[in-house]
Design a protein around this ligand. Structure first.
Ligand code: ZN
Length: 83
């Protein structure tokens, strides 16, 4: 055992070894690269989801506004008819 071992704390290793896993240098770098890629993928996915949620909220706001305008128009209509 002349090869130095590195403590790997990538997502994959933490799943099996919560305190990190001792791996060889080449495995360590491979895991680190893969870990980086999966994190970037996750963050870009969550960004997209956030945008969709924001759109939904905007749509809901618009719908509320429209219903308020309709309500006001109805009130005006009723008022005019009363007079
Ligand atoms: Zn690892």
């Amino acid at each position: 055992m002349s090869e130095n071992l590195h403590l790997c704390k990538c997502l994959f290793c933490l799943k099996n070894y919560p305190n990190g896993n001792f791996v060889t240098k080449s495995v360590y770098y491979r895991h680190r690269k893969r870990n980086q890629m999966s994190i970037e993928e996750e963050s870009s996915n969550s960004e997209q989801e956030e945008n969709v949620e924001e759109k939904d909220i905007n749509l809901n706001l618009k719908n509320n506004e429209v219903s308020i305008i309709n309500y006001n128009l109805l009130n005006i209509y009723l008022l005019i008819n009363k007079i």
